[in-house]
Design a protein around this ligand. Structure first.
Ligand code: SF4
Length: 546
C-alpha cells in the first residue's frame, strides 16, 4: 500500500490526520486549526509555492520513483526550448510564466467560459455543504469557476412545498443559486444536479420557470465514493418522518414501532436517508440509451440549453456508455469522478474498496474518447474528478485527458477555504458566528501568527476588494476570500508547470507533457515511460557530427 507523507518541512505544513493522495486528511474537520497544504494556501495564496524561510535555508525534494499506479506515479515533463501558443513576448525571448493563460471553456453549443480550469463538484443535501454554502458559492463566483449544487437539495428542504409531484417553492434552492449569482460576473456557471428524487419532485420544471438561462442541469449516474445515490444522516425523529413522507428510504425504518422505541431509548442514535438506485428497471445498455436520450430531450423541451452528466467509478461498460451518450446527446460536459471522497455520508468500506481508481478510470476515458474522435464523432468535453488538490495533479489530469479534458473537478479540497474562512469570520465578526457556522472562539496560533485582522490574515483580501469593490467587501463571506487565496496558489502553480512545459494555453497541453514513472503505469495508462520520451531525438543529437 502506498503511504503519503503527513508533513512537509520545506513548506511548513502538516496534516491534522492521515494524509491521502490529494494531500488532504482522510477525515477533514470543519473546525480544523491547520495546517495542511490546502488550508495554508487559503491564507498565504501563491506564497505557499515556495519553501519557507528563504535566505536562511536550502531545500531538496524527495524525488522518489513511485511504486504502483496512481496520479503520484506520473511525472510532469519540461522542455528547455520552444513555446506553444505563446504570447508575442516569447518571440523576443522575454516570455514570463505569468503570461500563461488559464482561461478555459466548455460546451456543445453555448460555450461556458471559466477563469481557470477548476470546478467545485456536487455539494448537495449534506449538512456540511448547506452550512458553508454561502462562502463556497461566493468564492467560486468571484474566482470565475463553476459550482455544482448537488442532488436532493429540494427534497430535504423543510420549507419547500411539493404538491402532486411538483415543487412550487424551495427557499433552500433559491439560497443556493442566489449566493452564486450575486457575485457571478460572466465566468463560471451554477450547475444543478438532478437525481431520481429530484426528477420526481419536478425540480427541472421549477428551475426552468425561474432560472432557465442561468443554470446548467447535471444528470447524475454516480460518484467515486459510491453508486447507491445520495445519503444523509438524520438525528431527529421528526425530520426522519418528514423525509420518509417525502418518499425517501429511511434506514432503519422510522415507521416501525420497535425502531422508534430504540431511538427514544438511545439504542440507535440516527437514521440514514437514502435515494433510489438509478436504472434498476433497465437491463441492456440500449435500454439505458433510449431512456437517457428521452430524459435529455425532456430537459431540452423545458428550455435548458446546457446539460451535463456526472458519472462515477463504474467499470468500463458504464464509462464507455457515459462518453457515448453524453457525446450523442450533445451534452456540454461529462464529469468522470474516480475517488472515494465525499461530504461524509458514504459507507466507508465502499469508499475504500468500490470502483475504478482515478488514474485508471481517466486513462480509459481518454482511450474511449479517442475511439469516438477517430470515427469522426464530436466528443463531449470532459471534467476529471478524483482527489485533485494540487497544481501538479491538476496539470497531470488535464494532460492525461488531452485534448478532451477541459476542467478538473474538486470536492473536499475546495470546501476547506469555506471552513477556514468561516471560522476566522466567526472570531473577527462575532455577530456573524452563528450565521457562518464558525467553530472558533479565538484565533489559533496558526492563524494569529499571520495577523489579527482580515486584511493581514488573507493574502487575497486586497485582490478580492479590487474585484468586487469596498462596499461589497463589507459583507463578502471570509470563506470566499480564503478560496481566492487557494485558487491563486493553484493557478500560479499551474502557470509555472505549464511554463516549464512551454505551453502557454490549456489547449496546447498534450499527453507528452506527462510521463509514466514505472513500467506498470506505462502499461495501464498508455503514457510513455519517462526516459523513452524524446529518447530518439536525444540519440540523434549525439550522433550528429560536430
Ligand atoms: S483542513 Fe482538513 S485536510 Fe487540512 S489539515 Fe485540517 S483536517 Fe486535514
Amino acid at each position: 500500500m502506498t503511504t503519503f507523507p503527513k508533513s512537509n518541512d520545506a513548506l511548513g505544513i502538516v496534516n491534522r490526520g492521515n494524509a491521502v493522495e490529494s494531500g488532504l486528511c482522510s477525515l477533514c474537520q470543519s473546525d480544523c486549526a491547520g495546517k495542511c497544504e490546502v488550508w495554508t494556501s487559503c491564507l498565504k495564496g501563491r506564497e505557499l509555492l515556495y519553501p519557507r524561510n528563504f535566505g536562511s535555508t536550502t531545500a531538496g525534494a524527495g524525488n522518489i520513483s513511485p511504486q504502483g499506479v496512481g496520479y503520484h506515479s506520473l511525472r510532469i515533463m519540461g522542455y528547455c526550448h520552444g513555446a506553444r501558443q505563446a504570447p508575442p513576448s516569447a518571440a523576443k525571448g522575454d516570455a514570463l510564466f505569468t503570461e500563461v493563460n488559464l482561461e478555459t471553456s466548455f460546451g456543445a453549443k453555448v460555450k461556458t467560459v471559466c477563469r481557470a480550469p477548476f470546478m467545485a463538484g456536487a455539494l448537495g443535501s449534506t449538512f456540511i455543504a448547506a452550512k458553508y454554502w454561502d462562502a463556497l458559492a461566493a468564492g467560486c463566483a468571484i474566482c470565475g469557476v463553476p459550482i455544482v449544487i448537488g442532488e436532493n437539495v429540494v427534497g430535504v428542504d423543510r420549507q419547500s412545498i411539493i404538491k402532486d409531484g411538483r415543487v412550487t417553492q424551495s427557499p433552500e434552492m433559491e439560497r443556493r443559486l442566489n449566493s452564486y449569482l450575486k457575485y457571478f460576473d460572466g465566468q463560471g456557471v451554477a450547475i444543478v444536479q438532478l437525481n431520481v428524487e429530484d426528477a420526481r419532485n419536478g425540480v427541472a420544471q421549477y428551475l426552468a420557470e425561474r432560472y432557465r438561462d442561468k443554470v446548467m442541469i447535471e444528470l447524475k449516474w454516480g460518484q467515486g465514493a459510491k453508486n447507491i445515490g445520495g445519503e444523509i444522516q438524520v438525528n431527529n425523529l421528526e425530520y426522519a418522518d418528514f423525509l420518509k413522507n417525502r418518499g425517501y428510504l429511511v434506514d432503519p425504518d422510522c415507521a416501525k414501532e420497535e425502531v422508534r422505541e430504540a431511538f427514544k431509548s438511545k439504542a440507535i442514535t440516527g437514521f440514514a436517508r437514502h435515494s433510489r438506485l438509478g436504472y434498476t428497471n433497465l437491463d441492456s445498455w440500449q435500454e439505458v440509451r433510449e431512456d437517457f436520450l428521452k430524459h435529455v430531450q425532456s430537459l431540452r423541451d423545458l428550455g435548458f440549453e446546457r446539460i451535463s452528466l456526472k458519472t462515477g467509478a463504474y467499470g468500463m461498460e458504464a464509462l464507455a456508455l457515459a462518453i457515448r451518450l453524453a457525446s450523442e446527446a450533445k451534452l456540454d460536459l461529462l464529469t468522470i469522478d474516480g475517488a472515494g471522497g465525499g461530504t461524509g455520508m458514504s459507507p466507508w468500506d465502499m469508499m475504500e474498496h468500490w470502483g475504478v481508481p482515478p488514474v485508471l478510470l481517466h486513462a480509459k476515458a481518454w482511450e474511449y474518447a479517442s475511439i469516438l474522435a477517430c470515427s469522426g464523432k464530436k466528443v463531449v468535453d470532459l471534467s476529471f474528478a478524483g482527489g485533485f488538490a494540487r497544481s501538479s495533479s491538476i496539470f497531470k489530469g488535464l494532460a492525461l485527458g488531452a485534448p478532451f479534458a477541459k476542467l478538473i473537478c474538486m470536492g473536499r479540497a475546495l470546501m476547506i477555504p469555506g471552513f477556514l474562512g468561516s471560522n476566522i469570520e466567526g472570531v473577527l465578526k462575532p455577530a456573524n458566528k452563528a450565521k457562518v457556522n464558525g467553530n472558533w472562539d479565538s484565533l489559533p496560533k496558526t492563524v494569529s501568527e499571520r495577523g489579527t485582522t482580515a486584511e493581514e490574515i488573507f493574502s487575497g483580501w486586497h485582490d478580492v476588494q479590487k474585484k468586487i469593490g469596498p462596499e461589497a467587501m463589507k459583507e463578502v463571506p471570509f470563506g470566499a476570500v480564503a478560496m481566492w487565496g487557494m485558487v491563486d496558489k493553484l493557478s500560479a502553480g499551474l502557470q509555472q508547470l505549464m511554463a516549464g512545459a512551454r505551453k502557454f494555453t490549456l489547449s496546447a497541453i498534450d499527453r507528452d507533457d506527462i510521463a509514466a514513472c514505472n513500467r506498470e503505469t506505462e502499461r495501464e495508462t498508455g503514457l510513455r515511460f519517462i526516459t523513452d520520451i524524446g529518447d530518439e531525438t536525444a540519440k540523434a543529437i549525439l550522433k550528429q557530427e560536430f
